[in-house]
Design a binder for this molecule. Structure first.
Ligand SMILES: Nc1nc2c(ncn2[C@@H]2O[C@H](COP(=O)(O)OP(=O)(O)O)[C@@H](O)[C@H]2O)c(=O)[nH]1
Ligand SMILES: [Mg+2]
Length: 296
């Protein structure tokens, strides 16, 4: 068996844990291009998140005190089209978003995680539509309080403007990846999938324009940065883990009539067109495929 670890990266509330839960369902039910031939050891944490989805609610944000290592999901996968191919042990640590945020704020990532990045062959970078944790960049409207002289006490809602804007956070995370991803691996050209989660929250027109166009419009700084990367391959995916939002009672009702393995989708760009695929394993399959340059 070949071991490949891929790292989940994203700020708090970016959809990492819920995606992992839905991914596990897909791997377990042989419903995508990747499947898990056997159930791995300790997956209590992913099973717990999955139990929430089955009840028609998103898994809540993880307890910050939860032991980070226990939040690692390690599963052997194999290509559904070629079950006799070698199994790949995919190890996916789900680190709390706070770790990535602190790393950007302090420009330091703990040594333990730096080592993990250096030994990972790829990464999934998460950014979520509609998260109240997203921080817009400063502009002349949102910064009006700061620009007033003399300095006034900043009211609570203005405190947000002191936080790092989401796209700056994402650019910094990309910088960590540039320096360290797969650095300790030979013959590996790493792959990074950008997952725009809660894709179902978009209007049809924006959805039709595709995930790359969304990034270009919402996070132009990040889009420019992504065009400038030579260390790894990048692909952007729009991901909806259940195909809608449980906040909508009509959707929830429909959801209960279906099977979890049949709901949810990934939008991706292929041959210049936006395609919708009902296979949430696709971003992982893309990241772990063809990362060994010596085999190409
Ligand atoms: N509508 C919708 N919301 C989602 C989806 N995935 C995640 N979310 C929302 O994002 C929130 C945070 O997700 P979570 O997985 O806890 O993020 P994490 O902190 O990065 O692990 C959830 O509570 C949901 O409200 C999705 O596919 N669709
Ligand atoms: Mg989480």
């Amino acid at each position: 068996m070949v071991d490949q670890s891929i790292i989940l990266i994203g700020g708090p509330d970016s959809g990492k844990t819920n995606y992992l839960a839905r991914l596990w369902k897909a791997l377990n039910s042989q419903h995508g291009v990747l499947f898990a031939p056997n159930v791995p050891g300790d997956i209590r944490y992913v099973e717990e998140a999955l139990a929430h989805l089955l009840q028609g609610i998103f898994a809540p944000r993880s307890d910050k005190n939860f032991d980070e290592i226990k939040q690692s999901f390690s599963v052997p996968v194999v290509s559904t089209n070629d079950p006799s191919a070698k199994q790949i042990q995919v190890v996916v640590p789900d680190v709390t978003g706070e770790l990535w945020q602190t790393a950007v704020e302090t420009c330091e990532l703990p040594e333990q995680w730096m080592t993990k990045l250096r030994n990972a062959s790829g990464a999934l970078v998460f950014v979520r539509i509609g998260s109240d944790q997203n921080v817009e960049p400063l502009d002349w409207v949102t910064a009006d309080q700061l620009l007033k002289m003399p300095a006034v006490d900043i009211c609570p809602e203005q405190k947000d403007i002191q936080k790092i804007p989401t796209q700056v956070l994402l650019c910094e995370l990309i910088r960590f990846l540039e320096y360290s991803l797969a650095a300790d691996l030979d013959n590996v050209r790493p792959r990074v999938a950008i997952l725009v989660t809660a894709w179902d929250r978009l209007d049809m027109e924006s959805r039709g324009n595709g995930p790359s166009a969304y990034i270009a419009e919402q996070y132009p700084l990040l889009a420019g940065r992504l065009n400038d990367i030579s260390e790894f391959d990048i692909r952007v995916f729009g991901v909806s883990i259940v195909g809608g939002d449980f906040i909508d009672p009509a959707f929830q009702e429909e959801f209960f009539k279906a099977d979890l393995k049949d709901v949810g989708y990934v939008d991706l760009e292929e041959n210049g067109k936006v395609q919708t695929k009902s296979d949430v394993t696709l971003p992982v399959a893309w990241v772990i495929s063809a990362s060994d340059c010596s085999e190409q």
